[in-house]
Design a protein around this ligand. Structure first.
Ligand SMILES: Cc1ncc(COP(=O)(O)O)c(C=O)c1O
Length: 508
């Protein structure tokens, strides 16, 4: 799409065929036609019918917001949406790509549901224990039997990274035939930009006869510039989850799922397609779909924009290092056996070392300086420099160095201070059965030995400590109460903030 000629206030008619953004252009063409719309959406693209929406979003957006199943857009043979899918598959090296309108969360649920129908129902799925909650939800939805492999943990920062090839090999070692996994799920890159050795993980998965699913929610830009890590599909992953709206530049909630040219593809493709139908709205948003088409094209042509963002991120890291007060978290990555590379567009800063807690730093930078960091932990703040973004690095560095410097800020809330993570209790029910069972809330002291009805994850480091179907242990209760009692710690899924109550399966 030629954005030079695109005036957001006037609808441009565009040729719907042979363009690099077929769906987006066809949508523009459709919106430009002189029509009387007597169909949904309810605003009918009529600024008089919906003056509030038109005033807020502009008339242009209303005209582009169209329902599905329109000839010339997404209906019939070789329609523009189908061509947009093919172009995306080509760009990412996929056999097939699905455009999703409910985020990478939907992609993870689709992946789990597809695995439910793949091979024998009794075969387990091996998942990184720190799987995103949407994959755990998929385990519940699909009635999967999970087995877990631990990611590496940085106790100092209280964060988790990825799975090393050795850890995956160990998890697979000596499994009897009936326990061989039907699929393996890992995350790469991590929230902090740590990239796992996907090629080695894929080899190990394939030796075990299982497809490798890579949750690359944070890596939608990978492979589009020589200084970025490679796209997991090019490294042997069989199915790749991409949260395209994160660093791929599409609108929030749009995402893609890519099926590789894999030896499992013939079996997986119809299962994924059915799971897609089960999870996608029957009124998928034309705005989100068009944004995926445009973002993919921009990424393919984005060499210079990506390069500029990488240079800005590098400048930010260098200036922070040279300042001497803070440190860069990725400079410590070589200590971890799972980390093969890092995403240059993530800048994770150890601010506790400079006398300010991560959450305080993030809030002050927002309130005082109008500088928004993506996330904060107790010790760090993390910046995402998206392709095309060249921030005012000096302003950021100045604001960082103006943060209060309290020599008493220590790293006592990291995992090192909290002690080792307790081993998960035994899985005695399928997560789905436990999740759907009647549950009761009982005092912590009575919960030991009972089966959890829900997932609980202590932060730091955000790894689920218990999942539905697992037995609650004494060590688990103690650990969760200890985390809940620290000022920076909290337990996701907790029924009460101090963890005095647990939700367990009602066995009566
Ligand atoms: C590893 C991982 N997978 C999946 C998701 C879900 O992505 P989305 O927000 O697009 O649904 C996230 C969200 O942060 C994530 O971090």
């Amino acid at each position: 799409m030629n954005t030079d000629t695109l005036d957001p206030h006037t609808i441009q008619a565009a040729s719907p065929s042979d363009t690099p953004t077929p769906y987006a252009d066809a949508l523009l063409h459709y919106a430009a036609r002189d029509t009387v719309r007597l169909n949904v959406p309810g605003h009918s693209a009529d600024p008089h019918a919906a003056p509030e929406l038109a005033a807020y979003f502009g008339e242009h957006l209303l005209r582009l917001d169209v329902p599905p199943l329109l000839a010339g857009l997404d209906k019939g043979q070789d329609n523009p949406l189908a061509r947009a899918h093919e172009l995306a598959a080509g760009a990412y090296g996929a056999r097939r790509t699905w455009f999703l309108t409910n985020g990478a969360s939907q992609a993870n649920r689709i992946a789990a549901l597809a695995l439910a129908g793949f091979r024998d129902t009794r075969q387990p799925v091996i998942a990184q224990r720190s799987a995103h909650s949407s994959f755990s939800d998929g385990i519940v939805l699909g009635g999967l039997l999970p087995r877990f492999v631990q990611p590496s943990i940085d106790g100092w920062f209280g964060i988790n990274h990825g799975v090393s090839p050795a850890a995956l090999r160990e998890a697979l070692h000596g499994l009897p035939d009936e326990e061989r996994p039907k699929g393996i799920y890992v995350i790469s890159p991590s929230y902090f930009g740590a990239v796992a050795d996907v090629a080695a993980l894929a080899d190990i998965a394939h030796e075990a006869g299982a497809p490798l699913i890579v949750d690359a929610a944070w890596g939608g830009h990978f492979g589009f510039h020589p200084d970025l890590p490679n796209n997991p599909l090019h490294l042997g992953a069989d199915l790749v989850v991409s949260s395209t709206h994160k660093l791929g530049g599409s609108l929030t909630q749009s995402a893609m799922l890519h099926l590789g040219h894999s030896r499992f593809a013939d079996e997986l493709e119809p299962l994924i397609d059915r799971a897609f139908g089960l999870t996608q709205s029957t009124s998928e948003s034309s705005l989100l779909l068009a944004s995926l088409d445009i973002a993919r094209d921009a990424m393919q042509r984005g060499h210079d924009r990506i390069g500029a963002a990488i240079a800005a991120a590098e400048e930010l890291r260098d200036k922070i290092r040279n300042g001497g007060r803070f440190a860069i978290v990725s400079d410590t990555f070589e200590r971890f056996p799972d980390i093969e590379a890092s995403d240059p567009l993530r800048v994770s800063i150890d601010v506790a070392r400079g006398g300010v807690h991560g959450n305080t730093a993030r809030e002050l930078l927002m309130d005082r300086d109008g500088i928004y960091f993506e996330i904060a932990t107790e010790n760090c703040i993390v910046a995402v420099i998206a392709p095309g973004v060249v921030p005012d690095v000096d302003r950021v560095v100045r604001a960082l160095h103006a943060l209060p410097n309290d020599p008493n800020v220590r790293t006592e809330h990291t995992l090192d201070a909290l002690g080792a993570l307790p081993a998960p209790g035994q899985l005695t029910m399928l997560p789905r059965d436990a999740f759907l069972s009647p549950a009761e809330l009982i005092p912590a002291e009575d919960a030991v030995g009972r089966v959890s009805a829900i997932a609980l994850a202590a932060y730091p480091p955000g790894i689920p400590n218990v999942l539905p179907g697992e037995v609650i242990t004494h060590e688990l209760v103690e650990f969760l109460q200890r985390v809940a009692a620290t000022p920076g710690g909290y337990v996701r899924g907790a029924s009460d903030p101090s963890m005095t109550l647990f939700s367990v399966v009602d066995a009566r």
